[in-house]
Design a protein around this ligand. Sequence first.
Ligand SMILES: [Zn+2]
Length: 370
Amino acid sequence: MARKTGFLFHELYMWHNTGQAALWYPSGLKVQPGEHAENAETKRRLRNVMEVAGILDHLVEVRARPVTDDEILRVHTPDYLAGIKEMSKGRGGDAGETTPFGHGSYEIACLSAGGTVAMVDAAVAGTIDNGYALVRPPGHHAEPDIGRGFCIFSNIGISVEHARANHGISRVAVVDWDVHHGNGTQRIFYEDPNVLSISIHQDNWYPVDSGHIDQTGEGAGVGANINVPLPPGSGRDAYIGTFERVVAPALRRFKPEMIVIASGYDGSIYDPLGRMMVTSTVYRRMTQIMLELADEMTGGKLILSHEGGYSAAYVPYCGLAVMEELSGITSSIRDPFEEIVDSSGGHQLYAHQDDVIKKAETLAAAVPAG
Ligand SMILES: [Zn+2]
């Protein structure tokens, strides 16, 4: 079924400068300078393959606008915002923990959060059925008072608060399939019963000691936070099983009016910053499940906001599979790695993975009912 799928990109996202590093470790006297893992290339190549595959022409272009300081302050503290602005006016700095940035990244981060906000606006206005905001810098690690894990502002947190303040939306589900824990989203909405936050991530990876299964919310928010910390090496059946057995029942019980996906591709089998085995076929299937849920509960209000993903070779094909499913368009390009990665060993569900999913199933049955 063909759908009106929004797409958003801005060249300025590619100009956000994370400097030189070895993967993420800053270069110095003992580390030779190299390209930072969070660089423009993976995102550029995702957009490029969409253009070459002919899918871009069929999407609805959504334009980003920068968020205002007042919009940022719905989620972040005044001191944190002031610090980012000050460093950005000069030569840049670090937003807190492993989040280096250069001159002008305040403005770019405002445009990144504003990209996700613009996609929410388009979905609410009905000009799109669903949409993908290919934004940068990413957002899901950013906490109210500290930037972490390459994230400056919480793009999704700001967008959820925008939707609640301006569009009369009260219940939102955030599903995070990035390989790292969505700690920022968790912290922002930890005591909020009206935002269901579900993060599927590699067990105790980044941030360290974060994303445990017993972190289920606090106060009024108890039950509205689900972590599924899958063991390293999890592949097809663990991921699809999590979506069918945990995400789907949790959302059906919670009944969100809008669904936002924190869309990282660093769970992919070729990612240098993750140890999972997700393939484009699996991202495709997870997208199908999310579309079914969005159709059922939100009238199609499904927004994806780009997060991590560091394999320049493979991210484009994972993203293309997601875009094909969102739009219902089959493009002219197939994932060239598909045959090898899908036929490799280890994609079945193992007992130690099933144990985690079983525990998460009980959490899904206990989310605040809508
Ligand atoms: Zn990540």
